[in-house]
Design a protein around this ligand. Sequence first.
Ligand code: SAH
Length: 349
Amino acid sequence: MALTDLKSLTYNQLNSFITNELGEAPFRTKQIFSWLHKGVTSFDEMTNLSKALRQKLSQTSYISKLETERKQVSKLDCTTKYLFRLDDGNCIETVVMYYKHGISVCVSSQVGCAMGCRFCASTIGGKLRSLNAGEILDQILFAQKDIGERISNIVMMGIGEPLDNYDNVMAFLQNVNHPDGVNIGYRHISLSTCGLVDKIYKLADENLPITLSVSLHAPNDEIRNSIMPVNRKYNIHELITACKAYLEKTGRRISFEYSLISGVNDSVENARELAHLLKGMLCHINLIPVNSIEERRDSIKKSTSENIIKFLNELTRLGMNATVRRELGSDIDASCGQLRKKRMSEPKA
Ligand code: SAH
């Protein structure tokens, strides 16, 4: 019989496992849930459970855990990047960032990515598999334990497309928000998508007050088609219509990510087009100087500081709410996917 992965169960699913399958009293659910979400890695650590129950648990279920393959701490700003090994040997990345308003963790949702964005390191090599809810949560639990401080914010902007792993991501969100677990408020969670329109509508229906970040990166279909294959399935008009529906339903301001790539999407004309596209919408534009990755060195280059400022100024002049994202951890390959990719191309130890 396959063992049950406890951290991938939602609270209600865990409750039904504990009461129906194991025949235990319901109050055990809360105890076990709390232990799991404190990041214990063995049943022996669950000291308020009887030995018999711990044994029963270990015969029927397991607690997933991560191994640190590599850890890098930025000398510039303490940004910490982990390369974790999952139970099946695959690797993912997680980044901890320190801000004035708290500590934020950027989590991965898949091993690799199927979306194929031209500028992104995570998608080289494709998607190997999706993470289950427990593996997404493990990144938070591990980081929190390792740094010894409470994590206050989560951004789902690591490796993978979260909306391409919808059900597991929803279970993770429910669990990480649970008062008996890590208890991080939905308002402190951002989910980033390259624009899977059908899933944006589905997410809107969940009505969670999380922040939706949309990786737009282009003001028109011609440019977006050339850098993001997903745009051939859902074009900009469909994407923006879905974003408006999301906004209407949740009342939450949308955050648009726009990575500036030299000569591709960074002209003042592009800024004007972008302002026109988003005019009147409750949103924020996050400008990101693109991180050029080795494989695309020739086609994907960072915009000059001068062009970035001109782009920002044009958006501001046109009344848009835009900022340039501060680059954290630039000395440790902190942009997602780069560390895993490096590890994959190294000879096995
Ligand atoms: N799949 C999701 C989340 C992962 S990527 C998404 O597409 O939104 C997180 C953000 O980093 C996205 O906005 C993505 O487009 C951006 N990104 C990826 N590679 C980048 C790079 N080399 N430079 C700058 N931004 C990058």
